[in-house]
Design a protein around this ligand. Structure first.
Ligand code: AMP
Length: 406
């Protein structure tokens, strides 16, 4: 069966098409038969569409005033032109959407109905850019495939939705709970996939493992996972909390914001821009949000780039320690996403702080290009793994499971 995945972000719209058996789910994630991406940041009013199949790779730019027609144009490359992989769009049996905010309401993936759409729209208050883009994707799929096609929402918050109250509630005013000011956590699809994949690679039952998953991409978060459930995480009410990230500050003393408002004339929009777009690796280094550029700058003797990495590592270690305390022990430490999968230096620096626990990295394996692989020594007390995160495949799997119920 053909399952289309739409993963809409603020600056890009990624999509892919899987062709999998109707009867059995493969153990290993298959490669998509078609992948499409729209980059909205290319140039004002111009979108760049990239499409890839096994045989072809095509890139083109198109002018736009409204996003949905561009999404429809990208999707049409599945059944038209040189990247065609379908004879008609009706071959698509299910569409899965990564939806950033599901609030406290959604603990699991769910079939999209008018009620679910209304809830996603209402939750836009908490994730204005992302949930609005998700709704656009849902509408675009509906316009092409009709209302009867199975559409599934897979929420980034769902995996954390059952965190214990002590971890999930801010020690602010009591009525914050009623107002929805709550630690939701994000990257749930990635944390859940990596935990399941780690258990399978270790040949152990996920229920028996205490794991910390480190999703270190441009956005970054950790999750503490026990009995297969997230019991703590570093992101909070929004994806701004926790670790230092590419352009996001992560957690800072809230009094800094009050100070900037009182003494430097900052308003909400200016603070939002500073903390989300101009802070983190970019803000401190003044070079880039990209770890590769920071490393190059360090090699060239740039002190601010060195400071940025030092803060990044300090905070990463501190938060791993915090997750460790929530778990009360550790069986596995997992690295994933752009930095986690590709930077031996960051992995080694994070692990070094936990050598006192008997955690030992195999330096050769860490320095190679590990993918879905153990990188700790056989006698290490904590297993360390690098796992290629597969959010799209997790979404496809949930679509497959829900398709059997409808
Ligand atoms: P993601 O958000 O998961 O796509 O991760 C993107 C980030 O991964 C980039 O901004 C880079 O900082 C980082 N990254 C990608 N490749 C490498 C690499 N080879 N070494 C270090 N960092 C990398």
């Amino acid at each position: 069966m053909k399952i289309l995945i739409l993963n809409a972000g603020s600056s890009s719209q990624k999509s892919c098409l899987y062709d999998i058996s109707r009867d059995v789910l493969p153990d290993d994630p298959p490669e998509p038969i078609w992948e499409g991406m729209i980059d909205w940041t290319h140039q004002a009013g111009i979108a760049e569409i990239q499409v890839k199949t096994v045989a072809q790779e095509v890139t083109k730019t198109v002018p736009y005033t409204d996003r949905p027609p561009v999404v429809e144009q990208m999707l049409a490359t599945m059944w038209q032109g040189e990247t065609q992989v379908l004879s008609t769009p009706s071959e698509i049996e299910a569409v899965g959407h990564r939806v950033v905010h599901g609030g406290r309401k959604y603990h699991d993936s769910i079939r999209i109905t008018s009620e679910v759409k209304a809830a996603i729209a209402q939750l836009s208050e908490l994730a204005p850019v992302h949930n609005a883009a998700n709704l656009e994707g849902i509408e675009a799929a509906e316009a092409i495939l009709g209302e009867q096609v199975l559409q599934v929402a897979v929420f980034d918050t769902a995996f954390h939705a059952q965190m214990p109250d002590a971890a999930a509630i801010y020690p602010g005013a009591y009525d914050w709970i009623e107002k929805g000011i709550y630690r939701y956590g994000f990257h749930g699809t990635s944390h859940q996939y990596c935990a399941e994949r780690a258990a399978s690679l270790l040949g152990q039952d996920l229920q028996d493992l205490r794991l910390i998953t480190c999703h270190l991409g441009n956005g970054a978060s950790l999750a503490a996972i026990r009995n297969g459930r997230s019991i703590d995480t570093t992101m909070g009410f929004t994806p701004l909390d926790g670790l230092m990230m590419g352009t996001r500050s992560g957690a800072v003393d809230p009094s800094i914001l009050i100070h900037l408002m009182r003494h430097e004339g900052y308003d909400a929009d200016k603070l939002d821009h500073l903390l989300n777009k101009q802070a983190g690796l970019l803000g401190i280094s003044g070079v880039s949000n990209d770890m590769r550029q920071i490393m190059k700058a360090i090699d060239a003797g740039n002190n601010r780039a060195k400071l940025a990495i030092d803060i990044y590592i300090h905070r990463l270690r501190a938060y791993i320690g915090s997750m460790l305390a929530s778990l009360g022990g550790l069986d596995g430490l997992i690295f994933t996403a752009g930095v986690g999968e590709n930077s031996p230096l960051i992995r080694a620096a994070a692990c070094e702080a936990f050598a006192f626990l008997g955690l030992k990295l195999d330096e050769e394996k860490n320095a190679g290009r590990p993918r879905d692989q153990l990188i700790s020594t056989p006698d290490s007390t904590v297993k360390v793994l690098v796992i290629h995160t597969q959010e799209d495949w997790t979404i496809a799997r949930d679509c497959w499971k829900l398709s059997r119920l409808h």
